[in-house]
Design a protein around this ligand. Structure first.
Ligand code: COI
Length: 361
């Protein structure tokens, strides 16, 4: 199915340079949005049409729009980085585009062609290039492509109309503490996703499912919740918005993808970056008891979380109902920081991009 060229309808009144600079001085995460967005419609029998870059603005939906009732929604997150020569590049956008297709398939939605996904991101970044933070710091421009079911009606079925959008938001550290270790609550009763469910799709429902356990984690004094598998309540899965890595000296291990874990782009990239740095990297099963035992006997030297938004964030305190312990003395571990630096250097263009991951605009 062919896709239309994106028609440019730029804003007549974007934010002033001074207003934008004030936001870029302290962007936070997901609080401010750039001047434009891309929208593309899909209609049964017609395919993708009306591709536009338009001023960022609220969208108007009929109260009976299907996404509001049955949550047929998927999204992605990727970043654009200012390079040392002033140009801009995104990181592995084709990986996000491919996952967006897998998520669409799982939720009975139309699959956007990979090249259209990438073009939509490129067009928005090019138009709003002034919003890409300066080279040298932790900041980047976070892109949020997403798709919603827009057919109006209350019958439960895959919709016959959809809207794809890309919005962008300048982003600093996801956690206010930056690389300060986060504390984790191990949820041994509530689960995030089940075998055969949609845990490997990037859909809002998975995040909604995580919020109660996240709130419970906060009552235990923890920043994040870690989910175990839904059958045995034994095997470590992910944090809900981030994947996990376990560091055993010079060997790093991330939970094997089981269908109920999101296949993170950062997770995948770190398997390769770790090898480049001379570590052994592998996927494997890690049980919650093994996590505690290996931390206590000192073989598990560090644990960190990773994701596009959070980059690599060290894990400090870990709590479960029966115990509490600290990873690497509650400080960011050496391997964690080395991997973080190596990945960021590739993304910011200060290290060789030997895997060809950077997509230059
Ligand atoms: C990301 O890392 O891009 C995520 O999707 C995590 C969260 C902000 C939803």
């Amino acid at each position: 199915m062919t896709t239309p060229t994106i028609e440019l309808k730029p804003s007549a009144s974007p934010l002033s340079d001074a207003e934008r600079e004030a936001i870029l001085a302290n962007p936070g995460f997901g609080r401010h949005f750039t001047d434009h967005m891309v929208t593309i419609k899909w209609t049964e029998g017609r395919g993708w049409h009306d591709a536009q870059l338009v001023p960022y603005a609220p969208i108007s939906l009929d109260p009976a729009t299907m996404v509001l009732h049955y949550a047929q929604e998927i999204f992605e997150g990727l970043k654009a980085y200012r390079q040392p020569d002033g140009t801009v590049a995104t990181f592995r956008p084709e990986k996000n585009a491919e996952r967006f297709q897998r998520s669409a398939h799982r939720l009975g939605m139309p699959e956007l062609p990979v090249e259209t996904f990438i073009e939509a991101c490129d067009v928005l970044v090019q138009q709003d290039e002034a919003w890409v933070p300066a080279h040298g710091g932790e900041e980047s421009l976070y892109l949020r492509p997403f798709m919603i079911a827009t057919e109006v009606g209350l019958g439960v079925k895959p919709a016959n109309e959809y809207l794809f959008l890309v919005i962008a938001s300048p982003a600093g550290a996801y956690f206010p503490g930056g690389v300060k270790p986060v504390s984790i609550w191990l949820s041994e009763d509530r689960v995030r996703a089940v075998p055969g469910g949609m845990g490997d799709a990037k859909t809002g429902g998975n995040y909604a499912a995580s919020l109660l356990a996240q709130a419970e984690a906060a009552t235990k004094g923890c920043d994040q919740v870690c989910y175990l598998d839904a059958v045995e309540h034994t095997w470590v899965e992910e944090l809900g918005g981030m994947n996990l890595y376990f560091v055993y000296g010079d060997r790093i291990v991330t939970p094997t993808l089981t269908g109920s874990i999101l296949e993170g782009v950062t997770r995948d990239s770190l398997l390769a970056v770790a090898r480049d740095l001379g570590y052994t990297s592998e996927e494997g099963r890690v049980s919650v008891d093994q996590w505690q035992r290996d931390s206590e006997n000192g073989t598990l030297t560090e644990v960190f979380a990773c994701g596009t938004a959070a980059v690599i964030t060290p894990v400090g305190t870990v709590k479960r109902a029966s115990a509490e312990w600290q990873q690497s003395g509650g400080e960011p571990g050496e391997v964690t920081l080395r991997l973080r630096r190596a990945l960021l250097d590739i993304q910011r263009g200060t290290a060789e991009d030997k895997h060809g991951w950077m997509h230059k605009l």
